[in-house]
Design a protein around this ligand. Sequence first.
Ligand code: ASP
Length: 342
Amino acid sequence: MSRPSVAIASLGGTISMTPSAAAGGVVPKLDAAQLVAAVPGLGELADISAEPIFQLPSASLGPEQLLACLAWAEGKVAGGARGVVLTQGTDTIEETAFFLDLYWRHPEPLIITGAMRTPLAAGADGPANLLAAVQVAMDDQSRGRGVLVVMNDTIHRARWVCKSDSLSVQTFVSPDGGPAGRVVEGQPEYFHPPVDRPLASPPTRRFPKVAVVPALLGDDGDLAVAALDLGYEAIVVAAFGAGHVSFGFAAHVERLSKVVPVVIASRTGAGATASRTYGFSGSEVDLARRGALLSKWLHPLKARLLLGALLAAGTPREQIPDAFAKWGTLPRHSPIQQQPVP
Ligand code: ASP
């Protein structure tokens, strides 16, 4: 039987960073081949190919680089790879994973991993994370699950994953959906079967600028108005609680919604926006009446990327609410018939 092939590409991040006296700290240095070389036995698991794509801190990745990664990964699965792995900085994984998941149409798993500790630190986590990522990428159970984040032997879906801690090795969490699975003794074990994922149409134009403006105590969101002058084409409000803003911010939302799509998401980091609970001025009911969309389960950072993708695909304004709702709402499952135990 032929061995599975797994393609790995490095984009930079802490997993690749070594000290530079000139820079005054660590900077991206190691490439995919060097990361692979630091994992004993990796080559015995699968046919591994390793390529550097970028050498960046993840704060400086953007749509242009991610679309290049997407094209690279598609080329690898077309060439027979059983799965692909990207190594990158952890600071933006919650966004890059969601961005790539919007477009990843293949059953083969696309895995993203990184490290919280640099390669020279005691207890560096990069090699273990890369090993687990390859183990997940080559396993048939990982097929049909879209883009997955593998860190600290835990598997997260792009839709839910968030970075929750600035420096801890245990930083990635999936607050609402929970993790997809764990890596146990070198094998992925999933808590649930794969679910259907909505997909975005490919971009037909440059990715637009979409602003995220937080609701803040004693602030009426004037930045949201200024964003239009700066060329932003849509606005996500990271609103209080279940989707609430001040009276003044609500008036801005009404004016802005006449010009650009405005999405209300919760700044709390977990839970859905409400839709029919609160009726005060600036509440979710009021903001929807004023023309805003409610993000439901979608985190503000992910809502921003989805709005950008819909606009980049040329989605007409009147179709944005329905298109957006496919990601914000959860699919309703038909009841399962219980089978008696024989
Ligand atoms: N602290 C980051 C990391 O964990 C740096 C980055 O995102 O590039 O990789």
